[in-house]
Design a protein. Structure first.
Length: 241
């Protein structure tokens, strides 16, 4: 079966608020597709924006973050704001000002619910049974230059495969291993979306059968609480807001 990532160019979605359902309704969606949507246009749809001239970014970060640490970069010439928001470690609590024409754009509210709203809308229009909707953003990785894609909300697809109890090549039982099924796909979608003036906030994945579809899937069981995380000592170094 042919697997396709299909980038979708759209009109410009403009802050402070812009209904994106005309874009959603124009998509050619088919059974078994996974729709990746950048969180920026979802947030603009909700009006989750502030004029840059009206508020300090740091106060917005504090507003949105559960944990937060501000410090100067190694060169000492600009401030870095590291945060945990919605149980995701992300610079600046996900707040962005690129492609926003003078506005700060926050993360959407109730991201899983919004993904499910879009999914149900498309299922009804196109008479589908299997459809995934995934909200994406870009983030950095420790000890790596550059940004890559990350999943921040989803509906319709299971993000994890639990292989605990299975055996490796030599019969050793796996004790801890769970496989992240969605972030590798999100990374590819975000790569195709681009980070500049591409105007490609949506990518459709078609023909991929390596991930289970589910009406009840969410990010809830995908995220790890800080106290249970492998990197707990690093995360706890960020003070709670």
């Amino acid at each position: 079966m042919k697997i396709e990532f299909i980038p979708i160019k759209t009109r410009v979605v403009r802050a402070p608020k812009d209904d994106i359902y005309d874009i959603i309704d124009s998509l050619d969606i088919r059974e078994g597709d996974i729709l990746f949507i950048t969180s920026k246009i979802m947030a603009i749809h909700q009006g989750r924006t502030y004029r840059i001239d009206d508020i300090q970014k740091e106060s917005l970060i504090r507003q949105e973050a559960d944990r937060y640490l501000s410090y100067l970069n190694a060169a000492g010439n600009f401030s870095v704001n590291l945060a945990v928001t919605q149980n995701v470690l992300i610079p600046a609590a996900g707040i962005d000002e690129s492609n926003a024409n003078g506005y700060y754009v926050l993360w959407p509210n109730n991201i899983d619910d919004f993904c499910q709203e879009i999914r149900q809308h498309l299922i009804k229009i196109h008479k589908l049974e299997k459809l995934g909707v995934v909200a994406t953003d870009s983030h950095t990785m420790p000890l790596r230059w550059g940004v890559t894609g990350i999943t921040i909300g989803l509906a319709g697809v299971e993000p994890l495969r639990d292989i605990r109890g299975k055996e490796d090549l030599f019969g050793r039982e796996l004790q801890l291993t769970k496989v992240d099924l969605i972030d590798p796909l999100t990374s590819m979608a975000v790569l195709l979306m681009g980070e500049g003036d591409e105007c490609t906030p949506i990518v459709i994945l078609r023909g991929y059968d390596g991930i289970p579809f589910s009406d009840t899937a969410s990010m809830k069981d995908f995220k790890i609480e800080p106290e249970m995380d492998l990197y707990r000592p690093l995360i706890e170094a960020l003070p709670k807001v």
